[in-house]
Design a protein around this ligand. Structure first.
Ligand code: FES
Length: 247
């Protein structure tokens, strides 16, 4: 992880829930892989010098420019300079011979899937995104048109659920941090049952985003409940649900 500077070029309020910020970045940031994020704080702002950095999630990376997306928590303006530590986390591992990717967002905006979706679609992978609960508020116009979008029913029995788990070569699930165990646990249990408890490595992963302090695996603020020591900031955000210790 190294520190660079970025400049806010443009700020777009896409909806009540979603803000997009275009950043001019140094060349080192062009190598961000899907899953990796930025650890950011403003510089040269006399009125606001936060002690902790914020984790910003890229949705698109092009030469010299990174677009990040999140819930609007504070007013940022074009011209603001940022100190950026990156990359945070590791690239989301992809299974060999990936043809069908299933993404599930429950009560969380599917922002962390967007960089990955763009990349794998370019490689010919079919992507299906299931939106449930608050995730349905995500503006569909932000999604690449190639993504198939389904809306999950209230009891998780969206049409073709079992068929989807069978059809997919890999599954990624996203929930808000307060609901990781209650969302990821049943999905893992269903898949384990369908596969007769022989789930391949990285077949189903949950994305973990905890408030971070150090960002380098030292402080333990983002520990994932698991059989060995796993921190979301260095081993995540995608953690193989086989490794997670569910209550
Ligand atoms: S933020 Fe310190 S270990 Fe992850």
């Amino acid at each position: 992880m190294r520190e660079t500077q970025a400049l806010i070029e443009r700020v777009r309020r896409v909806s009540a829930d979603v803000l997009q910020i275009d950043l001019t970045v140094e060349p080192a940031l062009m190598h961000l892989e899907p899953g990796q994020s930025l650890f950011v704080r403003p510089v040269d702002q006399a009125d606001w010098q936060p002690y902790l950095r914020e984790q910003w999630i890229p949705v698109d990376v092009t030469p010299g420019r990174v677009v990040v997306e999140g819930a609007p928590t504070r007013f940022y303006a074009p011209g603001d300079a940022l100190s950026v530590l990156s990359p945070v986390g590791r690239a989301i591992p992809l299974r060999p011979k990936l043809l069908h990717l299933l993404l599930i967002a429950e009560d969380a905006l599917p922002t962390p899937f967007m960089h990955l979706a763009r990349k794998v679609i370019g490689g010919g992978v079919e992507v299906t995104l299931v939106l449930r609960g608050e995730a349905r508020r995500y503006p569909l116009e932000l999604l690449p048109p190639e993504i198939e979008v389904l809306h999950g029913e209230a009891d998780w029995r969206w049409p073709e659920q079992v068929e989807m788990f069978t059809w997919a070569d890999q599954v990624l699930v996203l929930a808000p941090s307060y609901a990781y165990m209650e969302v990821y646990g049943p999905i893992y249990a269903t898949i384990a049952q369908l596969r007769q408890h022989n789930v391949p490595d990285d077949f189903v992963s949950g994305l973990f985003y905890y408030p971070m302090a150090c960002g380098v695996g030292v402080c333990g603020a983002c520990l994932v409940p698991a059989r060995q020591r796993i921190t979301a900031c260095t081993d995540g955000p995608a953690i193989d649900l086989k490794q997670v210790r569910f209550p």
